[in-house]
Design a protein around this ligand. Sequence first.
Ligand code: G3H
Length: 549
Amino acid sequence: MTTPPSTLPTLRGADTFFPTLEEIPQQFRLPQPILQQEYLVNGELRPWQGATQDVFSPIHIRSGDQSKPLHIGHYPIVGSEEAREALDAAVSAYDNGRGEWPTMSIRERIDCMEHFIAKMLERKNEVVLLLMWEIGKSHADSVKEFDRTIQYIYDTIDSLKDLDRTSSRFRIEQGVIGQIRRSSLGVVLCMGPFNYPLNETYTMLIPALLMGNTILFKPPKHGTLLHYPLLSAFQECFPKGVMNTVYGRGAQVIPELMQSGKVNVLTLIGSSRVADQLKKMHPKSNRLKAVLGWNAKNAAIVLDNADLDFTIKECVLGTLSFNGQRCTAIKIIWVHRSIAETFLQKFSAAISELKAGMPWSPGVALTPLPEPGKPAYIAECLADAHAHGARIINEEQGGATLHSFVSPAVVYPVTPSMKLYREEQFGPVIPVVPFDDIEEPIQYIISSDHGQQVSIFATHPQDIADLVDPLVNQVSRVNINAQCQRGPDTFPFTGRKDSAEGTLSVEDALRAFSIRTLVATKDTPANKAIVNTIVETHSSKFLSTKFIF
Ligand code: G3H
């Protein structure tokens, strides 16, 4: 029996799903809207009198029988002139590598960063609250995102110390003495995604800063206000011009920055289409380094010998953590036809146990979606799947929508003619495809535009081994009996095809935002004496054997 899209179920408890103002627990209320009228450029928080972008929460507020999204603030929409000022500030702070920041010793840069961590921690509650209100992330996950970011900074500092220690010695090869270190690259344009607006942004921004680069930071479209409480920390902890913000509409301000040819590194986590366009705008693309994380359509492959209870737990987490809005989410499940019925039944039952509600509700798993167009897009995918012969398996609540909230829908059997087969839905819809021959999911992955990760669920070692070998040449991480994920952050995070360029892990990111550079001389008594004098008198920061503890 099929479920016509026009009769998607009504959300259970719809009348009271969104809260009244009074129902919001005191500690999770925003004291007042965040009316941001300033932006950080060249060490100054400059006042802004121009146009602003209103920010509405995905959380609607109920009043009588009406409900509307809560206005939670606004931020500046700067224009070309301000973007140019930000660029000029970053270029002059870098000063061709002669600026205060790029020439500072690693120890001094770490001191600035440790100071920043302390300042950041002071603003934790505000940032967590804004994560909840701006993107609808649960309180537990918002805290996790903040803490994970702090840990990432600490780990990056440790990794930088290690890197510096191994560079603090000379090498002598074939009559040449050399000291090899990593140097900064210049001006980094950094753009983060809305789903991990703090964490993913900082996994680029922090290593880029620590390596001595100067930054142009364009906050994401959603998840913008949460950066505001941290601007004064950047202002206080780093020399002027090292950190500069570019608020507003990307399409208006970013092209000009790229066309200037003064951006040395483009780092963004977002869409490959945008990254491709931006790279082409640079007048000398050979001079532009790119560190990019993009779209993904990670598949889970469930074999007939999988431990189903365990598999279902991981598939629920993999498909629906943060409502499926993770680049690493499992976005399609291939199940062996012989177990498909049982899988669907148990999977739907597990999903029906997930708690839906507001980000502050204890134990909540499913929350409102921040992208205003997402519920309509999901409805379109469901209608398209229905028209092509699939049905919503969890028909009681699957696809039930109320304003910004969509109840997860399990769609089966998904075929190549449906949008859900290839499109990255980035939301609470789970396409399931039955297969008879393991070659079917393998061919799906081979012919995909994406190549980030895959999850294999099985118990027979040989079956797993037979899949691992073809798949490691298609994606960048093969998970065995585990959902797809980025963490631990010390592991490499990358992808093939349209899924990434470059690798981000604590260690890799430091390399990505720097270049190996060496000072070399012929091994003669006169040169040795010169180098010794420089080292002993500490007259160079590069040519130095100082050891960071
Ligand atoms: O959106 C992609 C995030 O990096 C996901 O991180 O898989 O560790 O939750 P995670």
